[in-house]
Unconditional design. Structure first.
Length: 286
């Protein structure tokens, strides 16, 4: 009640922090807190609802996976939908409150991509026209990095940045929150680029493996003179595609010089590809 008191225009950060501490202190905290917050977020008093949303976002920052798991359930998400939907409280909820709720749900689709229910709820709101376009989340709206994160995530491996981020997130100064948000965005971008490289490498190596296997099968039939006209065209297409994959593998190798295991995979795929292309040239020349 103190953390969401509508008679205080500014956030009571001491009470908000104590509320988070209570959530973390007991086993029932993560399941009980969202129910209490949902009731406050649905308040007809705008200030109380906005304070409750601030408490919610702070809990997301500070209360860990148990709390994240609870807010990703339909039971809680439906309470947020009621604030937006004209069938429930959407007709009298203030635009400011509805805007904040939309920002919160949208932000969670970004921070918790593994939580399918959050994404489904947001897409449903867009399909029903309740959300017209993706909101632009303000600089000082902080949410934590996704959890659980992939192994070797930059949030874990870059100790210096992680310590700086933790310090900024604990601050209640707006300029520190803005700095934290900018740092998170840069770290997320770096994480996404790293993930994209891993995905590109896996896709390319898989394609090389499949093409080499198919080319070997066709070459066996070619040597036995059992290759049809259409299969000869397929072999030629495969050869051309494999030629194009070679420079791609060289580029992937240069990107993975600091990862011995990944580099070994790329070099092995490159060797298989070179052998297949060489055998194809010899067979055709003979």
């Amino acid at each position: 009640d103190k953390a969401t008191d509508p008679s205080t225009p500014e956030e009571n950060w001491e009470c908000i922090q104590r509320f988070c501490d209570q959530v973390n202190a007991g086993t029932e905290g993560p399941s009980l807190a969202p129910r209490l917050l949902a009731h406050k977020i649905q308040s007809p008093q705008e200030t109380e609802a906005l304070h409750a949303l601030t408490v919610l976002e702070t809990c997301v920052n500070n209360c860990g996976e148990g709390f994240h798991h609870e807010i990703a359930k339909f039971r809680f998400l439906n309470e947020l939908i009621k604030v937006l939907s004209p069938k429930y409280y959407g007709t009298w909820s203030s635009e400011k409150v509805k805007s904040r709720v939309t920002e919160v749900i949208f932000s969670w689709t970004v921070w918790f991509p593994q939580e399918v229910k959050i994404r489904d709820v947001y897409q449903m709101l867009k399909k029903q026209g309740i959300v017209k376009e993706d909101p632009k989340v303000p600089e000082d709206k902080i949410l934590p990095p996704p959890s659980p994160r992939p192994q070797n995530s930059i949030f874990d491996t870059d100790e210096e940045k992680s310590k700086l981020l933790a310090r900024l997130l604990k601050s209640h100064h707006p300029e520190d929150l803005q700095a934290a948000n900018r740092l998170i965005k840069s770290m997320i971008k770096e994480e996404q680029e790293k993930s994209a490289k891993v995905s590109r490498r896996a896709t390319t190596i898989s394609e090389v493996s499949e093409n080499v296997k198919r080319m070997d099968e066709l070459l066996e039939n070619y040597k036995r003179q059992e290759l049809s006209g259409s299969d000869q065209e397929t072999l030629q297409t495969l050869f051309q595609r494999c030629e194009k994959l070679r420079p791609l593998l060289f580029r992937l190798a240069s990107e993975t010089v600091d990862d011995d295991e990944a580099l070994a995979e790329v070099l092995q795929a490159s060797e298989q590809l070179s052998q297949a292309l060489g055998q194809c040239r010899q067979a055709v020349a003979a």
